[in-house]
Write a protein that binds this ligand. Structure first.
Ligand SMILES: [Zn+2]
Ligand SMILES: [Zn+2]
Length: 231
C-alpha cells in the first residue's frame, strides 16, 4: 500500500509493464488514481512550437508573436499538462505558501517524460534571491534535481519580482533578469550539443526566451530547447 501525497489516502499502486520488465527501475507511485485524474494531459492537437492545445494544427498566438520578434529562431517547448484549476491550486500551495513536499508531486507528474528526453545539459530556471530567502528552497531545482543532472548556470537578479504576481502585459514587458553564474564547470560537449531549460509553467514564454537569450551569449551554436510541466 502507498499513501497519496495529495489526499493522504492509502492506495494500491497499479503495476506497470515497466516495473515488471525492469525491477531495477522500480518507481514507487506517490499519487492515487483519483488525484492523478484531476490533472489534465494536453490533447493531441498542439502548437508546433510550445505544445499549447489548439483547436486546429498550427502555431499559437504567443508563438506567432515570438516569431515576429525572434525571426527564424523560435523556442521549442515540451509540456505535458494543461494549466487547470487543480494544477493552479497545487502551484499556489507549492510556491506561494512554500509547501516543500509538493515537489514530489511535480516529480511524479514529469519523471517519465524526462526519462525519454536526452540532452547534454539541463539548466533550471532559478528563483529570485528574495523568493529564495522567503521559501528557503529553489522551486524548480527541487523538482528536477533527482531526475536529471542539473547545471545551475543561470541566476536571477535581485529585485526582478515574481512572474506569477504580474499581469499578462506586465510579464511580456518584464526586462531581462538573468545572469550567467560564475564558477560553474562546463563540459566541452555542451558547446556543440543540446541544452534543455527546465521550468514549471509556460505562461507567455517571456521567462524562457529571456533565459535562452542569456545562454545564447555563451552558446551561440548550441541547440537550446525547453521543458515545462504545464502549458
Ligand atoms: Zn490521492
Ligand atoms: Zn505556441
Amino acid at each position: 500500500m502507498n499513501r497519496c501525497l495529495l489526499c493522504n489516502q492509502y492506495f494500491i499502486p497499479e503495476i506497470s509493464f515497466l516495473n515488471i520488465l525492469s525491477p531495477v527501475e522500480k518507481h514507487e507511485a506517490k499519487l492515487c488514481q483519483h488525484c492523478l485524474n484531476k490533472f489534465e494531459l494536453l490533447g493531441k492537437i498542439r502548437c508546433f512550437l510550445c505544445s499549447k492545445n489548439l483547436n486546429k494544427e498550427g502555431i499559437c498566438n504567443d508563438c506567432q508573436r515570438w516569431q515576429t520578434i525572434y525571426r527564424n529562431d523560435p523556442l521549442k517547448n515540451y509540456a505535458i499538462f494543461r494549466y487547470n484549476a487543480f494544477f493552479h491550486d497545487l502551484m499556489v500551495n507549492y510556491k506561494r505558501y512554500g509547501d516543500y513536499v509538493l515537489y514530489q508531486v511535480l516529480q511524479e507528474l514529469c519523471h517519465e517524460k524526462l526519462k525519454s528526453m536526452n540532452y547534454d545539459a539541463y539548466i533550471p530556471i532559478p528563483t529570485s534571491p528574495e523568493h529564495m530567502e522567503k521559501r528557503q528552497f529553489d522551486t524548480i531545482s527541487a523538482i528536477y534535481a533527482d531526475l536529471v543532472p542539473l547545471t545551475p548556470l543561470l541566476q536571477k537578479n535581485s529585485g526582478s519580482g515574481a512572474q506569477g504576481e504580474k499581469s499578462r502585459q506586465e510579464r511580456l514587458m518584464s526586462p531581462q533578469s538573468f545572469l550567467i553564474a560564475k564558477d560553474v564547470q562546463l563540459r566541452e560537449n555542451i558547446f556543440k550539443g543540446k541544452i534543455l531549460l527546465l521550468d514549471d509553467i509556460y505562461t507567455t514564454g517571456r521567462t524562457l526566451y529571456h533565459a535562452r537569450d542569456k545562454l545564447r551569449e555563451l552558446f551561440p551554436e548550441t541547440i537550446i530547447e525547453s521543458f515545462s510541466i504545464c502549458r
